[in-house]
Design a binder for this molecule. Structure first.
Ligand code: NAD
Length: 316
């Protein structure tokens, strides 16, 4: 076990579910305290119920478990957030400030996931740079921009070691997505394996940046273990894996499953996607902490389909 434990917030979500076992495998089962506002369907290791808006309880848990690092994942995501902007702001901002305050008081290290949703209509959409203007279109994006600035402020003012990544859409076979604009890119594989067809809520030519979960997990621990002296970005690092459209993803699936069919029924999420970058320039991450993704679209498709088919065989 590491000398101090890691506390994970939002542990039952799309990222939290897989990050929990990644951290347990890397540092030991007893080294991670999972927390969420909901009970997990099944749990391995330490778990505590925690509404991240409750800063007092967060402080108590950090002391009780001798926590040294917080991976703060709890948040309301882009598409879901638009249904209640004020509530979204409350969860995303009060939650982060509670984490930063506890980190300041107890001298903890923090990981904060930001998002490509920080960019908006004024950022160039192709190879969007680390320093492109941040004028987001959603309350989720506004909360991530503000969150990045709070992280940098706590680092420069109080010396809190906060590290952050701007995730693109994340794709995983192990856990369902939680109400984001890139959820289609996960659902499409599940539908392909179950029904050989998918109805997509974005237009066929909507190009968005994506990252396969094994790469995302590696990015998080690699950044957290990096030499702090080398980290020049204390807002949040751009991070890229691949970029593709729903039509290209369907073609990649058809290479493995020739009978697969896709239909398009764009909804309100099209407008959100249209405000986001098509591709990301992650050169600062590459030079500061040696980031390099391993998966492209076809390799991810083969891996996703193989795992999902295996899951179906097990349940039959
Ligand atoms: P998710 O919606 O799947 O999971 C979020 C978790 O937070 C859920 O388990 C939920 O129960 C929990 N939660 C919600 N409100 C809470 C509260 N008040 N207190 C405690 N827990 C609460 O989200 P995810 O996809 O796992 O994303 C995790 C983080 O990564 C978020 O900060 C998100 O903004 C960021 N991110 C995700 C993606 C992606 O594609 N999944 C992309 C960019 C950034």
């Amino acid at each position: 076990m590491k000398a101090k434990r890691i506390l994970l917030t939002g542990a039952n979500g799309q990222i939290g579910t897989v990050l929990l076992s990644h951290l347990q495998n890397r540092y030991g089962l007893d080294a991670v305290v999972a927390t969420d506002i909901r009970q997990p369907s099944h749990s391995t290791g330490l778990f505590e119920l925690l509404d991240i808006r409750d800063g007092k309880l967060l402080h108590q848990l950090a002391e009780k478990y001798q926590v040294g690092e917080i991976y703060h994942l709890a948040a309301v995501l882009s598409a879901k957030g638009e249904s209640d902007p004020v509530w979204t702001w409350g969860v995303n901002m009060d939650g982060l400030l509670n984490v930063l305050e506890v980190a300041r008081e107890l001298q903890l290290k923090v990981f904060f996931p930001s998002s490509i949703a920080v960019f908006g209509d004024y950022a160039p959409r192709v190879l969007t740079s680390q320093w492109a203007p941040l004028i987001p279109a959603t309350v989720y994006g506004i909360s991530k921009v503000a969150g990045e600035h709070w992280c940098r402020y706590y680092h420069s003012r109080y010396g809190v070691d906060v590290r952050s990544l701007r995730f693109p859409g994340l794709i995983s076979y192990e856990s369902p997505p939680g109400g984001g604009t890139t959820d289609y890119a996960v659902e499409i594989y599940h539908s392909a394996v179950k029904d050989q067809s998918y109805s997509c809520f974005l237009k066929p030519d909507t190009r968005l940046p994506m990252l396969y979960m094994p790469d995302a997990l590696r990015a998080m621990t690699q950044l957290m273990e990096a030499d702090g002296e080398r980290l020049r970005v204390r807002t949040s690092y751009n991070l890229a894996g691949m970029s593709f459209t729903p039509a290209e993803q369907a073609r990649s699936i058809r290479n493995e499953m020739p009978g697969f069919a896709i239909h398009y029924q764009p909804d309100f999420r099209q407008q959100i996607a249209d405000s986001w970058p098509e591709s990301i320039d992650d050169s600062w991450a590459r030079s500061d902490w040696d980031w390099k993704p391993q998966f492209g679209l076809d390799a991810m498709t083969r891996d996703m389909l193989a795992h999902l088919k295996k899951d179906i065989e097990v349940t039959l």
